[in-house]
Ligand binder design. Structure first.
Ligand code: ADP
Ligand code: MG
Length: 484
């Protein structure tokens, strides 16, 4: 079924259309009604002006497509640059339309042309979504349902694939760009688009309702702390505190759920690292964009098709230690590398940072503990906790709230051990006060009144104590609602 390996990079997909019999002139597309009720009705159009396509459209497209395939040499086409290839396809399709007497408006013809070009040269129906900058994630659940996340909210789109075979072809084409393969034998695959977007594919039989594709779109223009302030994710005073934390080499863990903005926040914090520091970043897929001159970027490697040659995050972090880093930045801590990162934090690599998946600062600490325990280090719990306390200075919690907004909800310090319990202190928090008429949550950021955080001396050492004190003071008395 979908296990065809016919499509190579740059080559056309195995035609997603069944070969159509020689068509008689068919007047279709003259009016394109809304999709029948039987089909899942999209709740929101993917793009204003994008028309949902009905079955007639696909029939016409299939006919034109097969005529096109007969008329052109696809391997020749793949040698052209994308612009000329597109021109070539346009000419031929226009010719087919006029020879075969398809009746359609200019706008419909343009739409069809784009659609066919996207199929032959790009990622088919995904292209319009990939071209949009406002989308954070694209989620394809089988051929009939594609969701996107815009502005923190998930919405269904009109995007459909002809069938699961076409979708599988596109998945295959995406992953083959990075020399990987996805089929029944290896149905799970991570890859990256040329623009840096992260892609995960899971195919049948594991995905029951058809190939499932998830794309975290790469955002070239990374958000800055000032923009986060503008969006109400953090108050100006909170942002000041974070700038001080980034500069004065606190060891920081950024905690949050999927898509809560952890990586974005980490990237923001790295902006405040001094230019003369040697920074090494370790990531699964390079997302961070540090502006400093002295940065070494490392990336893990998945196993080859034969299952060999994998380089794990732990391998990278361990190797880092031999590279004379001043700071180590780990994109996402998920496993035993937590141990090595804590050790690095503990042994003079102050200002190291990492993100991890947890819903509160407290949970973040227990996550690190369990990552170390499950990593096979047979250390007593107390020893691990001592290590945690002496290495992590600050936990910054990011959250995506139920109204879709992203907020920094805690800046929390790790204080010490009392008995077997790690004590923490919140410096700065976000309180939800209520909800407005549009269902948007109303809340405010405030400091908790702590005047001398544990990293005070550190701040003083870097000459940042005045700035820190001012921000903490202002946050305590600034009673203005955030996000307004
Ligand atoms: N504070 C924010 N306000 C609005 N959008 C944000 C904010 N933080 C992150 N984003 C966007 O949300 C998406 C997910 O962010 P990311 O940092 O990759 O999340 P995570 O690393 O937690 O999975 C990105 O598209 C990013 O641009
Ligand atoms: Mg991330």
């Amino acid at each position: 079924m979908f296990g065809k390996r016919a499509s190579q990079p740059g080559q056309a997909p195995a035609s997603p259309m069944p070969a159509a019999p020689k068509p008689a002139p068919v007047p279709v597309l003259a009016a394109r009604p809304a999709p029948t009720a039987a089909r899942s009705a999209p709740v929101a159009p993917a793009n204003p002006g994008e028309t949902p396509r009905n079955d007639d459209y696909y029939v016409t497209k299939a006919m034109i497509f097969s005529a096109l395939i007969e008329a052109i040499d696809l391997s020749q086409l793949s040698r052209l640059d994308p612009e000329s290839a597109r021109e070539e396809i346009r000419d031929i399709v226009n010719e087919i339309i006029s020879i075969k007497n398809f009746v359609m408006s200019i706008a419909e013809q343009e739409d069809l042309l784009d659609d066919i070009c996207n199929d032959v040269l790009g990622f088919g129906p995904l292209e319009p979504l990939l071209a949009r900058d406002d989308i954070a994630d694209i989620m394809v659940n089988g051929c009939n349902k594609t969701y996107i996340e815009v502005g923190g909210k998930i919405q269904l789109t009109n995007v459909r694939f002809k069938d699961n075979a076409q979708l599988m072809n596109i998945c295959q084409r995406i992953v083959s760009q990075v020399g990987r393969r996805v089929d029944e034998a290896s149905p799970i695959c991570d890859a990256r688009l040329l623009d840096g977007s992260r892609v995960n594919v899971i195919a049948p039989p594991l995905a029951i309702d058809g190939p499932t594709l998830t794309i975290r779109k790469f955002r070239k223009e990374k958000l800055t702390l000032d923009q986060l302030v503008k969006y109400g994710s953090i108050s100006p005073e909170g942002a000041e505190i974070l700038k001080v934390i980034g500069r004065v080499r606190c060891n920081v863990v950024i905690s949050g759920g999927t898509g809560s903005g952890k990586t974005t926040l980490l990237n923001c914090l790295t902006n405040y690292i001094d230019e003369d520091e040697r920074v090494i970043t370790c990531e699964d897929a390079a997302e961070l964009q540090l502006q400093q001159p002295h940065v070494v970027r490392l990336e893990t490697r998945p196993p080859s098709l034969e299952g060999t040659g994998a380089i794990s995050m732990r391998d990278l972090v361990k190797n880092c230690l031999r590279m004379r880093p001043e700071r180590i930045i780990v994109g996402e801590v998920r496993g035993p590398e937590a141990f090595d990162l804590l050790q690095a934090m503990n042994t003079g690599h102050d200002g190291s940072m990492g993100t991890l998946h947890a819903n509160s600062p407290r949970e973040a600490l227990s996550r690190v503990e369990s990552m170390i325990t499950m990593g096979g280090f047979s250390l007593p719990a107390r020893t691990i906790r001592e290590m945690l306390v002496s290495s992590i200075d600050v936990i910054v919690q990011a959250a995506r709230l139920r109204d879709g907004s992203r907020r920094i909800t805690h800046i929390t310090e790790v204080m010490g051990l009392e008995g077997d319990v790690i004590t923490t202190q919140d410096l700065f928090i976000y309180d939800i006060v209520g909800e407005d008429a549009q269902g948007k949550l109303v809340g405010r950021h405030r400091s908790t009144g702590i005047g001398r955080p544990r990293f005070w001396d550190r701040a003083r050492y870097y000459g940042e104590e005045k700035r820190l004190a001012a921000a903490l003071d202002a946050a305590e008395f600034g009673e203005r609602p955030a996000g307004a």
